[in-house]
Write a protein of this length. Structure first.
Length: 230
């Protein structure tokens, strides 16, 4: 059995459909007020692709997977901190079932959960990835600089990046909270157009351009939220 077989298993994909769409999405959409923007920008987007987003809350992944077209969410694998999601057996099992997680090591952290090259192997198998270039959730709600990893993967594997800006997720469920706030707080998922690295663009330059695009999508969603509140 290949190291990627569990991520491409039709049986596991069917189980994730039940957990993600019928259970997780129903729950998240019932306790928050979700608005999805930029759907028209997803036209023609296909696998493999690397989805990148700001990372403000534990709500982020359910919001993204629940709002993506089925053709992308069905096989999507989510990069997750190996030192947190894979250090306890029950948490690894539950989150992997819901989110098709694969471990990534954050800066300065090494251990048995590391699987070098897994992201590249998954992309080679046509599996789309969801990565958070900030490498950790925001403690304040503000977006941190992007690491170079997702940009390097896009260049090395020749795949596009699909940027997303999330707004309201931190307010709904800030760092340290175990459950979203009451009252169905408003959250926004704003999809951008696919991006590819230019021939003469370095990895740090592409990472910076990705971050700029995500910030622009956040600003766009903030304007939508402000207009809605008036």
């Amino acid at each position: 059995m290949s190291s990627t077989s569990s991520y491409t298993s039709p049986i596991r994909a069917g189980a994730r459909f039940v957990t993600q769409r019928l259970l997780m999405k129903s729950l998240v959409w019932s306790i928050t007020d979700v608005t999805v923007l930029g759907r028209e920008r997803l036209k023609g987007v296909d696998s493999p692709v690397i989805v990148v987003s700001n990372h403000a809350s534990h709500l982020d992944t359910p919001l993204i997977l629940g709002s993506l077209p089925r053709k992308l969410s069905r096989w999507m694998a989510v990069g997750a901190a190996g030192d947190y999601f894979f250090d306890v057996k029950w948490r690894r099992g539950v989150t992997s079932l819901f989110f098709n997680l694969f471990p990534i090591n954050r800066a300065g952290q090494k251990g048995k959960s590391e699987r070098r090259g897994m992201a590249s192997m998954l992309l080679d198998e046509g599996v789309p990835l969801l990565l958070y270039p900030e490498a950790t959730r925001s403690r304040t709600g503000e977006m941190a600089p992007f690491t170079a990893g997702p940009a390097a993967l896009c260049r090395s594997r020749g795949v596009p990046c699909l940027p997303i800006g999330l707004v309201g997720a931190y307010d709904a469920m800030p760092y340290g909270a175990n459950w979203p706030k009451r009252g169905r707080p408003s959250v926004y998922v704003n999809y951008g157009a696919p991006m590819t690295a230019e021939d003469d663009e370095t990895v740090p330059e592409f990472a910076a351009r990705m971050a700029k695009e995500v910030r622009g999508l956040i600003d766009e969603a903030e304007e939508h939220r402000a207009a809605r509140g008036r």
